[in-house]
Design a protein around this ligand. Structure first.
Ligand code: EPZ
Length: 416
């Protein structure tokens, strides 16, 4: 098991390039199932989650070629409607193959993803929406069994704007007969990225980025060649690292519009941030001000940045409150941060963080993707050495993170 060892205290300077967005690449790679012919995807991040989805798509019958950050997929040979438990349990976003399989093969048997560390993660909106489009759906032996001779457009309302729920149902609606309207749809940039790809494939979708998305079904879609948008959460993670270490870093090839909430809240902590085209310049200040954060669906403050901000607020002057409104159990990193000397009290979905003068290094354990990123951030400023175990969580969503931090001047090593 690899681990990461960080010696705290180095100020980060220099520039870091942001890679392709994991949460855009996953649905976009899966959308190749909707057509026959070679689709080419550039700027695909090299991550465990991307490996998992390529393994699943191959299992379903697609041909895949990977060269560095370029992935080519041809789903002409798609012939297997079954996504088995041992593949789906590794990466719950695999549930996104459900609708493309029903749209292409008229049936699907996909393992229920089950929960994960941060919450129960139900998929009821995915299933309700697919049945509204005319599919018969049964849950048997831990699998979703869905079938539909033909899908028909309908009105679908999301009780909560679900990101993958919106993505899954978009990939059914594009090949359904007639018009589908998704109401209270998710507005994340990754939705817009998927819609851009589907429209380039010949779909007719309007309203991406708003909470009402309408789809005019078409007969079939054509292969596409596109580049994946930058990862806004990787960008946000490095922005916090610059603020934490009173550093002076440039974050390049990112999409500042996609991190406006993060920029706004970082400025409130006294961090100097300037934006020019695709570059964000972060200058950390000595005194970090305590602030309150509430995670909300986009364009609100992203839940995927909550753990990273908790590290920053743990060394701010004063009392901060973080309310996590998206997932019911996304404070697992609190107990690990406490081991590093943070003063945090959790009650319900709120965490109260009392700033301390400094954190002190210790061995800690990663539990989920963004929690593990927060432990690396804490290690950058903790006095002494911090050893982070179970970093396979980190490798799911961050490409070569220790190399990127080394290039910025951090004293960080991966021990195989
Ligand atoms: C996506 O997860 C992201 N994953 C998550 O990123 C991100 O944290 C989350 O959106 C919120 O932004 C991918 O895009 C692959 P949701 P998703 O459906 O789609 C409830 C990371 O670190 N809900 O928007 O699974 C759900 O329980 C990951 O990269 C239902 O009740 O999240 C949650 O409370 C972590 N029923 C809320 O909605 C459903 O059918 C939002 O979940 C679906 C969701």
């Amino acid at each position: 098991m690899d681990k990461i060892v960080v010696k705290g205290g180095n100020r980060l300077t220099g520039s870091v390039r942001i890679g392709g967005a994991k949460n855009a690449a996953l649905p976009i790679l899966i959308s190749s199932l909707l057509t026959e012919g070679w689709c080419t995807y550039e700027n695909v991040p090299v991550l465990r989650d991307i490996d998992s989805i390529k393994q699943l798509l191959t299992h379903l019958g697609a041909d895949i070629e990977t060269k560095g950050h370029t992935v080519r997929i041809n789903a002409k040979g798609l012939n297997n409607p079954e996504a088995p438990y041992d593949l789906v349990r590794k990466m719950r976003a695999s549930i996104l193959v459900l609708c493309p399989l029903v749209a292409r093969l008229k049936k699907a048997r996909v393992s229920l993803p089950g929960g994960c560390a941060i919450g129960a993660r139900p998929i009821n909106f995915h299933l309700k929406g697919l049945s509204l489009l005319g599919a018969d759906i049964e849950l048997k032996h831990g699998y979703v069994e869905a079938s539909a001779d033909s899908l028909k457009g309908n009105e679908i309302y999301f009780d909560i704007p679900s990101v993958t729920g919106t993505e899954n149902l978009l990939m059914a609606a594009v090949l359904a007969k007639g018009k589908t309207v998704l109401r209270n749809a998710a507005r994340e940039p990754e939705i817009g990225a998927l819609v851009d790809v589907l429209n380039q494939m010949g779909a007719k979708i309007e309203g991406a980025g708003t909470s009402v998305i309408s789809v005019e079904g078409v007969e079939n879609l054509q292969p596409v060649s596109i580049s994946i948008i930058p990862d806004r959460i990787e960008a946000g993670t490095f922005m916090v690292a610059g603020a934490l270490t009173q550093g002076d870093i440039e974050i390049i090839d990112c999409e500042p519009d996609h991190v406006s909430g993060v920029i706004h809240k970082l400025r409130q902590t006294g961090t100097d941030i300037s934006v020019k085209d695709k570059t964000i310049h972060v200058k950390g200040s000595k005194d970090i001000k305590s602030i309150d954060i509430k995670t909300l669906p986009y364009p609100g403050f992203p839940t995927d940045m909550q753990a990273q901000f908790m590290v920053l607020l743990s060394v701010a002057g004063g009392l901060s409150i973080i309310s996590e409104t998206i997932f019911e159990n996304r404070f697992i990193h609190v107990s690990e941060l406490r081991r590093l000397g943070a003063d945090i009290t959790v009650s319900g979905n709120s965490a109260m963080i009392k700033g301390v003068p400094a954190l002190s290094g210790a061995p800690v354990m990663a539990t989920d993707l963004r929690a593990s990123a927060s432990l690396v951030l804490a290690g950058l400023i903790a006095q002494g050495t911090t050893e982070i175990n179970r970093i396979y969580h980190l490798d799911r969503g961050y490409e070569a993170i220790e190399k990127k931090f080394q290039n910025l001047g951090a004293d960080i090593q991966r021990i195989r």
